[in-house]
Design a protein around this ligand. Structure first.
Ligand code: PEP
Length: 255
């Protein structure tokens, strides 16, 4: 099986209804003339309130999919302000970003909680984009491999083989997110190869070869092509640069 390539834009807490329609429409029209490879998914992760509207807007572009940026782990209930995976699925969205470093930092999400969210997504036929990444102090003290291993083992590797095959992993070094500092292509490749080797160790080579691993952290039109050319980098999770249609489309075309 050919591994899926994915370029996903994480809009974070940006864009009103009108702005969301405008941005998505301009991304779509810039991509219209392009030859999109069959194994490429272009994913847009807007705030929850735009999910249904955007899934309706991408109906005609088969390669485009919509993602939520988070979900609650319970199916339903008295959790004011929260959104469940089932509710996300009912909008037509296909992906959910889980364990983003901003969720871990500002909303105190732990590996144990993210594990429950992963389970809820799979139960609702949603593809989790499982984020992992080390902070600067961990890289500087050479604990980055250990950090990533813990996040994966505790948050994702509880899944059986057939279930983990539904997941996507995003390696996002926290020191590179929104900072303008990017991991070098060699640093990205080294970590992606490590993650793939871990999957092979906990599952097998066949599973490891099928899981897409995205890079995230200040990816932009000038560095995307080199990052994406690395053997184990299957695309990117893009924050800031996904808010400008020309930049995002340039990154998509770099795959
Ligand atoms: C992100 O938030 O997932 C991200 C990669 O952000 P940025 O591209 O802005 O660093």
């Amino acid at each position: 099986m050919i591994r899926k390539k994915i370029v996903a834009g994480n809009w974070k807490m940006n864009n009103t209804v009108d702005e969301a329609v405008y941005l998505l429409s301009s991304i779509e029209s810039l991509l219209e003339e392009e030859n999109i490879p069959e194994n490429l998914h272009v994913v847009i992760a807007p705030p929850f309130i735009h999910l249904k509207m955007l899934t309706d807007l991408v109906q005609n572009a088969e390669y485009m999919h919509i993602a939520a940026q988070n979900c609650h782990h319970e199916d339903k209930g008295a959790y004011t302000g929260e959104i469940s995976a089932g509710m996300i699925q009912s909008t037509g969205a296909k992906y959910v970003i889980l364990g983003h470093s901003e969720r871990r930092l500002y909303f105190y999400e732990t590996n144990d909680l993210i594990k429950l969210k992963v389970i809820s997504c799979l139960k609702n036929d949603l593809t989790p984009i499982f984020c992992c990444g080390e902070v600067l102090a961990e890289r500087e003290s050479e604990k980055h491999f250990e950090t990533i291993k813990n996040q994966l083992v505790e948050g994702l590797f509880h899944l059986e083989s057939e279930d983990i095959l539904q997941a996507v992993i995003a390696y996002e070094p926290v020191w590179a997110i929104g900072t303008g500092k990017t991991a070098s292509p060699q640093q990205a490749q080294e970590m992606h190869a490590y993650i793939r080797a871990l999957i092979a160790q906990f599952y097998d080579e066949d599973v490891a070869s099928q899981i897409s691993i995205l890079y995230g952290g200040s990816c932009n039109p000038s560095n995307a092509a080199e990052l994406f050319s690395q053997k184990d980098v299957d695309g990117g999770l893009i924050g800031g640069a996904s808010l400008k249609s020309a930049d995002f489309v340039h990154i998509v075309k770099s795959i």
